[in-house]
Write a protein that binds this ligand. Structure first.
Ligand code: NDP
Length: 401
């Protein structure tokens, strides 16, 4: 019996739980817990209607460690999958350690008051997980997640060493709203407004947010402007694949998104420090989140595709070669399958796959692991069979920028 507890009932949690229910032989029992139980119940109803599987639902504030410990003790899962927000990571890891159960997530821990995107807090748990004989797997979403697995697969099968790696994240979807974010607005805007950083010749190079842009023609989407950004997998990839001389992360944004964000930033609405309003403290970005559309509400109207992948240049038998590996996901097809758009789908499916590989023991270990430390092959096979088929092609040479 492989029981899993998923914490977090947003778009990503919803997709993951639907896909787990579609893989009932691996996930024999599924429990879903979140702060708002009504959201878990709505997901459970959809799962029952779409798959015929019943899941249990529970209310939990995962920042309350003793309450989370009690819930884990009551449910006795083999694995806790954290699909709440990055602020909860350490609290859920603490609870897992106390009970003695494995842990997995899709986003690194963030302190609320500062946008950091650093792994140091979670890496500091390595010895405790190791001593307890437990495994924590960090970042099993799409990016981080699949993009790191793509890099290790290229290294295993196509290149002897990787010299440069570019991660290209394109969302060509249109949700019909003047301004909305495709996943949690607070986390998304923190990410986008942070200074850009990339890894080059053994050190970080910092440039202002959204200052470096390139046009790129994405298969299935067309030409799009993409912007150099910092993204958390750059830190773990530069640690675990130290041979890579340069690692960059690019994300596409439309002109309307940039215009709205620029205004919001200029007027102070993206600030994450508290300000006084009518005698009480409010955080402008949290207030902004409250007035923006819920990402999960965008699914029904979103059309178009995502295309996310890696371009790696390196050497094979002393010859320089460049490969592009990518996955195209259709928003409407994702919505038809699970009731969620492609950004949630491309994160929730890899979350299910990481959990499946841990539960079946295909991936095992003691300590805290990033996904690129594990064998990419079983993960790549499941991407193909679970709704995220990928393609790889050789390019004529390295990127010209
Ligand atoms: P949502 O905001 O849609 O959902 C988050 C869920 O977590 C909500 O159900 C929320 O409950 C719940 N939650 C928040 N705080 C707590 C708490 N203290 N205790 C219990 N539950 C809580 O986010 P998404 O589904 O879009 O994203 C989920 C995670 O996936 C995030 O960490 C995000 O950063 C990550 N992500 C990773 C990606 C990747 O490729 N690696 C891509 C996209 C997202 P309530 O509704 O009550 O607030």
């Amino acid at each position: 019996m492989s029981k899993v507890l998923v914490i977090g009932a947003g778009g990503v949690g919803s997709v993951a739980v639907h896909k787990m229910a579609m893989n009932a032989p691996i996930f024999s029992e599924i429990a879903l817990a979140s702060r708002t139980k009504a959201k878990c119940d709505a997901i459970a109803e959809s799962v029952l209607a779409r798959t015929g599987q019943t899941i249990t639902t529970h209310a939990i504030d995962a920042d309350d460690v003793p309450a989370t410990v009690a819930l884990i003790r009551q449910l006795e899962p083999k694995l806790v999958v954290n699909l709440a927000l990055p602020y909860q990571d350490l609290h859920i890891m603490d609870a897992c350690l106390e009970v003695g159960v494995n842990y997995m997530d899709t986003a690194n821990y963030e302190p609320r008051e500062e946008a950091k995107f650093e792994y140091k807090w979670q890496w500091a748990y390595h010895d405790r997980f190791k001593e307890a004989g437990l495994m924590a797997l960090l970042g099993s979403g799409f990016d981080p997640g699949v993009t790191s697995v793509f890099a290790t697969w290229l290294k295993k099968h196509k290149l002897d060493t990787i010299r440069t790696l570019d991660i290209l994240d394109c969302n060509g979807g249109d949700h019909g709203q003047p301004f909305a974010t495709n996943f949690n607005p607070e986390i998304n805007i923190r990410e986008v407004t942070a200074p850009a950083r990339h890894w080059s010749a053994g050190k970080w190079v910092e440039t202002p947010a959204m200052a470096i842009k390139q046009e790129f023609a994405f298969e299935g989407v067309g030409p799009k402007n993409m912007y150099l950004m910092y993204h958390e997998e750059l830190e773990s990839l530069s640690k675990h694949l130290p041979e890579i001389e340069r690692i960059r992360f690019w994300m596409t944004f439309g002109d309307a998104y940039i215009q709205h964000l620029t205004v919001l930033q200029n007027v102070g609405m993206t600030r994450i420090d508290p300000v006084m309003y009518e005698g009480r403290e409010i955080v402008p970005l949290q207030f902004l989140k409250a007035v923006l559309p819920e990402p999960s509400s965008l699914g029904a109207t979103t059309k178009g595709k995502t295309n996310i992948g890696d371009i790696a240049t390196g050497f094979k038998d002393s010859e320089e070669r460049t490969f592009y590996i990518y996955q195209i996901c259709d928003h409407e097809e994702a919505y038809a399958e699970t009731g969620n758009q492609a950004v949630s789908y491309t994160t929730g499916v890899p979350a299910m796959i990481g959990a499946a590989l841990m539960l079946t023991g295909v991936w095992s270990g003691e300590g805290v692991f990033n996904i690129e430390q594990l064998d990419p092959d079983p993960y790549m096979d499941m991407l193909n069979s679970q709704g995220l088929p990928w393609q790889v092609k050789e390019l004529g040479g390295p990127l010209g920028f």
